[in-house]
Design a protein around this ligand. Structure first.
Ligand code: AMP
Ligand code: ZN
Length: 666
């Protein structure tokens, strides 16, 4: 077999395994074998650029290339669905359809309303050519590269008999378990949490970086086929056929003839949906025959042949037993309601978040109150109301604590912030442990063999009180602890040692200075090059760095004004952590593009877009994704997008070509 033939063979094999794993949930080879084949294909493709194929399984890993999404007009507009919460309106819909069809027989396809973000996929000659978001219904964003990273979406169809060109519509979803894991991670990184899987899915899909999308493990269900020359006149039947071509369709759709059957379906799935791996928020009813759909037609906003019945957000009434207070790594105190256990949306709820003192006051909560808890798309249930009539006259109003429950220090409240804080950052146990957990986390020092439990154990036994203590740990001390073998102790020490190679910008992030996230840490490390320069920077120096505002700047000043923080940094430096930028990163730095916001567009000869992005940053500039009045100039290669060109002209923004740009930063 030639290498070219092997490439084709590998592609076919990998498409098939992908389908078995992600669509059928029935893998036949191990992950390792899969990765092995994928690597072989990647290598061969690298050697044979003439064999490039935008639908190769290797496209699923995504790329770091930044992208501005092209806007694409939908061939068929993506309308919304008429919504209702009322069973009466379902009956009315059914009657309207019956009348509309002049008494002709009809079937209604009942299916789940998946709660994600909708997508339109275009296939030509059995290949995915385009994926577009709903946008405003008329036109949406071209997110094809991002969608290709979703394994349950076929890039190349199986079998035969598909129309030359057709569209599949469906919902992109983030499964509950992926969503929960993602939020756990974001919590550590102090990044804003996604409120629900829908926001997480749509946020991810719009990511400028398809490698990020690939890492987020999105899923998709396809629920509608459109086009000419479709296999049958039945919506349901077409989907069954689509499933043979490799599409993931819902297996719980059902055709009904009578209202009674429809209501049975609704009633059954209202509870059963809680066992599905993805979020749903209702049932969609569709007239099954495409001919009848066309006959019924559309109103300006939605089809006359379909309706969505939405489930009520579930609510339960239960007793508030007590309120406890949790302290996080920043010292923020979160009140938590402890409830009499109650069944809600398929899970037993015992706790609800109360967020802050204002929320408690607004609810006028008293201990022993009967409270309403709701669980919408959110995972953490919340208290939405109090049944004041059942309140006992002698019940006690919930008071926000005034001292830290962990260390006894009086709490403070910063101006303009809703949260209370324990200011004892050096001696308050959850703050200490939280900081260590942040320090070792993946995006920071990435000390894999340590986790929250081990940190807790080490702390309890007095082995560590701060992050610098980690670097003084000895395997001999660790393996004296319970459940700690020599092997794992040595592994921990080895991992800690390895973290000394972590670059300065991540060390800076790992320190956990308030408001200094990954991006800010990167900016600061570039601007100041070493920790000493950063420590001596004045408020003014700091604010002059791009994207560093007063809030971050004063947080940094405060951090270094604290003697114990400076000692900690010195100890880490002495332990051998990187406290300055690597020489190679410093090379060719300047501030020639200071305060300039630059948009990159088009195709380039001398460097890749990514390299230009790095160059811009290295010279103190900022790369932005879209043109606005804040844009300083556009770095334009060949074939700059027409809409960008038009916008640039309209705003009078200068366009700089590749050669001139390189001269500029020379
Ligand atoms: P709405 O956004 O409330 O108008 O509802 C319409 C949206 O429901 C569509 O744009 C789809 O994203 C979504 N949807 C979820 N499941 C289905 C389904 N089975 N059939 C049609 N639309 C669905
Ligand atoms: Zn405290």
């Amino acid at each position: 077999m030639t290498e070219q033939e092997r490439i084709l063979q590998l592609r076919a094999t990998l498409h098939e395994h992908n389908y078995k794993y992600y669509v059928l949930n029935a893998p036949v080879i191990s992950d390792q074998e899969f990765d092995h084949l994928m690597r072989e294909l990647q290598d061969l493709e690298a050697q044979h650029p003439e064999m490039a194929d935008s639908n190769s399984p290797t496209m699923r890993v995504g790329s770091d290339l930044n992208k501005d999404f092209r806007q694409i007009k939908h061939r068929y507009p993506m309308l919304s669905l008429g919504n209702t919460y009322s069973e009466t309106e379902v009956t009315e819909f059914y009657e309207r359809v019956r009348k509309g069809l002049d008494g002709e027989e009809f079937e209604i396809c009942c299916e789940m309303k998946y709660d994600g973000t909708s997508i339109s996929l275009t296939y030509e000659d059995g290949k995915l050519v385009q994926a577009v978001t709903r946008g405003d219904g008329e036109k949406g964003d071209d997110v094809t590269d991002n969608v290709k990273t979703i394994h349950s979406i076929p890039l190349v169809l199986n079998g035969t008999g598909y129309p030359e060109s057709f569209e599949m519509r469906g919902e992109i979803l983030m499964p509950w378990n992926v969503f929960e894991a993602l939020n756990r991670e974001r919590e550590i990184r102090e990044e804003p949490l996604f409120a629900n899987p829908r926001n997480a899915a749509s946020g991810t899909l719009k990511s400028q970086n398809s490698a990020v999308v690939a890492s987020r493990k999105l899923d998709a269900y396809l629920y509608y086929m459109l086009g000419e020359n479709l296999p049958t006149d039945g919506h349901y039947e077409n989907l069954q056929i689509a499933s043979q071509w490799g599409f993931k369709i819902s297996h719980v759709a059902r055709k009904c003839r009578t209202l009674e059957e429809i209501f049975d379906y609704i009633k059954y799935w209202d509870t059963e949906r809680k066992n599905l791996p993805v979020a749903t928020d209702g049932i969609v009813l569709k007239v099954n025959s495409l001919r009848q759909q066309r006959y019924l037609g559309y109103t300006a906003k939605s089809p006359r042949w379909a309706i969505a019945y939405k489930f009520q957000a579930e609510r339960a009434l239960t007793r508030l037993n007590s309120v406890s207070f949790q302290v996080g790594r920043t010292g923020a105190v979160t009140p938590v309601a402890n409830l009499e256990a109650v069944q809600l949306s398929g899970t037993i709820v015992r706790r609800a978040s109360l967020h802050n003192a204002d929320i408690i006051n607004n609810l006028d909560l008293h201990i022993g109150d009967m409270v309403y808890v709701e669980k919408g798309g959110e995972i953490i249930p919340k208290i939405t109301g109090v049944d004041v009539h059942s309140r006992r006259p002698d019940s006690e109003k919930v008071q926000f604590i005034t001292t830290c429950p962990e260390c006894g220090t009086p709490l403070i409240r910063y101006e303009g912030e809703a949260a209370h804080y324990c200011p004892n950052d050096t001696n308050c146990p959850p703050q200490i442990k939280g900081r260590i957990e942040h320090f070792i986390s993946r995006r920071a020092m990435n000390i894999e063999s340590l986790g929250p439990e081990t940190v807790d154990q080490f702390y309890q036994h007095g082995l560590i009180k701060d992050v610098a203590d980690l670097y003084e740990l000895k395997a001999a001390d660790i393996c004296r602890l319970e459940r700690m073998g020599v092997k794992s102790a040595e592994n921990i020490v080895k991992n800690i040692e390895a973290s000394k190679a972590v670059p300065f910008e991540r060390v800076l992030f790992a320190l956990g200075i308030r408001f200094v996230g990954e991006t800010v840490a990167k900016k600061l490390s570039r601007a100041f090059a070493n920790i000493e320069a950063l420590r001596q920077a004045s408020l003014d120096d700091l604010i002059h760095v791009d994207e560093i505002g007063e809030k971050i700047a004063s947080s940094l000043i405060q951090y270094f004004a604290n003697e114990s923080n400076c000692i900690l940094v010195e100890r880490l430096k002495a332990a051998g952590l990187k406290m300055s930028l690597d020489e190679s990163a410093l090379e060719g730095q300047s501030d020639k593009l200071q305060n300039q916001t630059i948009v990159i567009s088009g195709v380039f000869k001398h460097h890749s877009r990514d390299e230009y992005k790095t160059l811009i940053e290295r010279h103190g500039g900022k790369n932005a994704g879209s043109i606005s009045s804040k844009t300083s100039f556009i770095l334009a290669g060949e074939n700059m997008g027409p809409s960008k060109l038009e916008k640039a002209n309209k705003l009078g923004i200068k366009i700089v070509n590749e050669d001139d740009f390189l001269k500029l930063i020379e």
